[in-house]
Design a protein around this ligand. Structure first.
Ligand SMILES: Nc1nc2c(ncn2[C@@H]2O[C@H](COP(=O)(O)OP(=O)(O)OP(=O)(O)O)[C@@H](O)[C@H]2O)c(=O)[nH]1
Ligand SMILES: [Mg+2]
Ligand SMILES: [Zn+2]
Length: 434
């Protein structure tokens, strides 16, 4: 990352409270954080902190126990100690709206972050079945898939399930289209991906030739988008094309095996010149589902629709008489691969949900905080407690929440949430993904 195209170092904090908070003003200058997605709703949620003289800012990068937060006063380097609880889903993340100390303190701390509207979460590839948040407050999950390698539709479906579950709109971008010069071949590949992605836009782009970049630019010009995919897929190259500047480092893939070199090691948020905000992320080797039942259902929407015509309400579509899904496979309207993939992801999701439910006593604090806005930093101020909640959609399924409500009366839940946040020992170091 070579610095930000936009900087507000010359703007005083007072301008932040300016136009939109003054009653009766009709002509208003754009808010200095508007290019980063700041809106009236964020402003309203931030009001209790503004009253304490704290600054709002968007997290553009998190690394080594600190983060870069873009505020109306420019980019601030702040310590993340208070927003790095044990629960990895609640650790502050690129895309969060942070509550930062005013100038003067050394170090300056992030005191809290505003409740997330959406969050892209996967389970880590390790066996610990922990969730990991990859980006906060995203409107579009851009799944970047290289056309230079063989397409893995199952992998795309897995990304899409998490994309839907995040609460944003997923989009598939097939990169390096210049490497598939034959138009008919390209059309076939797109068609294959489209069958795996109902309700999802599938774009082909080439950063090398510029083909399709304008269409993607239009998609990302609204709200916040996160670029996700394997190392070497061309995410940073696209980020640079969209940003109109070489802000992200790019490296050739390895000759030996054609794999990427994990060039990007932190998640970086960039404001785009044509509007919109983009988060470039490190390449992912794998993405495990994370309580993504709804997301899986959306990826396989046509199967769920067919299932409504099965004779039995709880049909497993294996050998049941009157199964509409098997009939569709039989007559060729539903590819068998889709059904196999659907079953596989449903099973995987059930496994991860079962595992995390077993871990419930430890995970309970996380759930309750997500549920009732609990969680607090040491000082115990109420606004801080509220803001530490990360109750965005997609973190926990409805089943998890009702389990929790049944186990704990509300006051106890709040207490446990507080102790969860007081745990010492935060992970430090690079956020390079596995
Ligand atoms: N032919 C061709 N090569 C491309 C295109 N886009 C990217 N590349 C190449 O692909 C390689 C990897 O690109 P990156 O942008 O670094 O990939 P990345 O997805 O950011 O990789 P990580 O940061 O490791 O996750 C580089 O050599 C790029 O030049 C394209 O449109 N066409
Ligand atoms: Mg990169
Ligand atoms: Zn059936």
């Amino acid at each position: 990352m070579k610095g930000h195209p936009l900087s507000y170092s010359s703007l005083p904090f007072s301008s932040l409270l300016g136009s939109s908070s003054l009653p009766g003003t009709s002509v208003s200058a754009p808010h200095p954080l508007a290019p980063y997605g700041w809106d009236a709703e964020w402003e309203a949620e931030f009001a209790p902190y503004a009253a304490q003289g704290l600054l709002p800012g968007r997290v553009v990068r998190v690394d080594r126990g600190q983060c870069d937060v873009v505020t109306a006063d420019g980019t601030v380097r702040a310590d993340t100690e208070f927003v790095t609880p044990r629960d990895p889903l609640k650790v502050i993340c690129t895309g969060d709206w942070a509550v930062v100390d005013p100038a003067g303190g050394d170090p300056r701390y992030v005191r809290a972050y505003l409740p997330r509207r959406t969050s892209f979460v996967r389970s880590t590839s390790s066996k610990r079945s922990e969730g990991q948040i990859l980006a906060a407050n995203v409107d579009h999950s851009i799944i970047a898939v290289s056309l230079a390698a063989e397409l893995d539709l199952g992998r795309i479906e897995r990304f899409l399930a998490l994309g839907w579950e995040s609460g944003g709109q997923p989009v598939v971008v097939l990169t390096k289209a210049d490497l598939v010069p034959d138009a008919a071949t390209l059309a076939h590949l797109v068609q294959d991906v489209e069958t795996a992605a109902p309700g999802v836009q599938v774009l082909t782009v080439s950063a090398a030739s510029g083909q399709g970049v304008d269409v993607l630019a239009a998609v990302v010009s609204n709200g916040t988008s996160v670029l996700l995919g394997q190392s070497g897929a061309g995410k940073s190259t696209l980020a640079n094309a969209l940003a109109g500047a070489d802000v992200m480092e790019v490296q050739a893939i390895r000759d030996v095996d054609g794999k990427g070199r994990h060039t990007t090691t932190t998640r970086n948020l960039l404001p785009l010149p044509a509007g919109g905000v983009l988060i470039d992320t490190p390449g992912l080797r794998g993405v495990g589902l994370w309580d993504a039942e709804t997301g899986v259902g959306q990826v396989f929407a046509e199967i769920e629709e067919l299932a409504e015509d099965c004779r039995f309400h709880d049909c497993a579509h294996t050998a049941e008489p009157g199964c509409a899904v098997l009939a569709a496979v039989e007559d060729g309207t539903l590819p068998e691969r889709r059904l196999d993939s659907y079953r596989k992801l449903i099973r995987e999701n059930q496994r991860i949900v079962a595992k995390t439910d077993l871990l419930a006593p430890r995970g309970a604090a996380a759930r309750m905080a997500a549920e009732d806005g609990g969680g607090a930093r040491g000082g115990g101020d109420q606004a801080g407690a509220r803001a530490l909640s990360s109750g965005g959609s997609g973190l926990w399924g409805a089943a998890g929440r009702s389990w929790l409500s049944a186990q704990f009366p509300a006051p106890l839940r709040t207490l446990s949430a507080v102790s969860e946040f007081r745990q010492p020992g935060r992970p430090r170091g690079s956020t390079m993904e596995a």
